[in-house]
Design a protein around this ligand. Sequence first.
Ligand code: ZN
Length: 114
Amino acid sequence: MDSFFDKLGDTIVTGGKAVGDKARELSDTTKLQIELKRNEDIVMEEYAKLGKKYYEAHKDEDPAEFATLEAALRQVAHVKQQISDVKGEKICPKCGAANAADAAFCSKCGEKLD
Ligand SMILES: [Zn+2]
């Protein structure tokens, strides 16, 4: 009888330890996943900055290389304009900022608005 309860106790302790290990493993994995995501985000941000610099420096050299980007940039400007039209705002032709419909000058860069 004694050995039954000893074994049961062992099983519970072993099971409890296994659950503890799993929880710790999960917690460690979660921390590592967060650390991974944080660093992947930094990598993507830096790639984006470098890509923008590269585009600015080379956009006149090889138009075909930037065709997809430039089409998307035109579409971004077009859709922004549509949103502003719906909201009744004026888009600054110099910096692209949205301004109130009755604004005479851009609130961001000071450009005269029509
Ligand atoms: Zn502006």
